[in-house]
Design a protein around this ligand. Structure first.
Ligand SMILES: [Fe+2]
Length: 213
């Protein structure tokens, strides 16, 4: 849909009192497996800046990037105060996790894990290091990706993985290639103008009926 189309539909929606959910319906972000490396160490610093660890003097190695986004529901409404829990490998492709057998070095200054809350308009952002690719088996290299687990009461928990545009390894990834083309587009962030390098990523949650207490 081009911009004029989008504006046209918006005006139509307004003119007809917005048929609930139809004009602005979004596809939910596809699920993906959690993978074996959800953080298990107690870690105090889980703030939005993964490039530093509170109390340490150094800075994580690698390419600094910003990721900004918005949590929405499938009607296109912003979701405030969603818990956005994310974790990733360091620049060398290594997780701080006891089960990660990758011989690539740990980075003592890389936070690796963050929990941020979406704001009033569903917005969130974090600063991190471009994650390294890593071997999942002898014949399978995982492309750079960031794991997400997103929660908010009244919505289905979303566990997924976010990918980067233009990465050659995306085309041979056994997980990403299980998805259809539309799903893949929803899972790959968009590069946006920005210095440092910046990406935008939308997270769309499904509502679930809240049980009466
Ligand atoms: Fe991973």
């Amino acid at each position: 849909m081009d911009r004029r189309d989008f504006i046209g539909r918006g005006l139509l929606g307004a003119a007809f009192g917005m048929v609930a959910g139809s004009a602005s319906a979004l596809s939910a972000t596809p699920d993906e497996i959690e993978g074996p490396f959800y953080p298990v160490f107690a870690q105090k610093d889980r703030d939005f800046d993964l490039t530093r660890i509170e109390g340490k003097q150094g800075v994580a190695s690698g390419r600094v990037i910003f990721i900004q986004g918005q949590v929405l529901d499938t009607d296109g409404q912003p979701v405030e105060e969603a818990i956005v829990d994310l974790w990733q490998a360091n620049a060398e492709g290594r997780y701080r996790h006891p089960r990660d057998g990758n011989p690539a070095p740990l980075d003592p200054y890389f936070q690796g894990w963050a929990i941020v809350l979406s704001g009033r308009d569903g917005a969130f952002r974090f600063k991190t290091i471009f994650p390294g690719a890593y071997p999942a088996s002898r014949t399978w290299m995982r492309p750079p990706h960031i794991h997400f687990k997103v929660n908010k009461p009244g919505y289905a928990e979303l566990v997924t993985q976010m990918y980067f545009p233009g990465e050659a390894l995306n085309a041979s990834d056994l997980l990403l290639q299980r998805k259809d083309e539309h799903e893949r587009q929803l899972m790959i962030a968009s590069k946006i103008q920005g210095d440092p390098e910046s990406y935008e990523y939308k997270i769309v949650l499904k509502k679930v009926p809240v049980a009466e207490v």
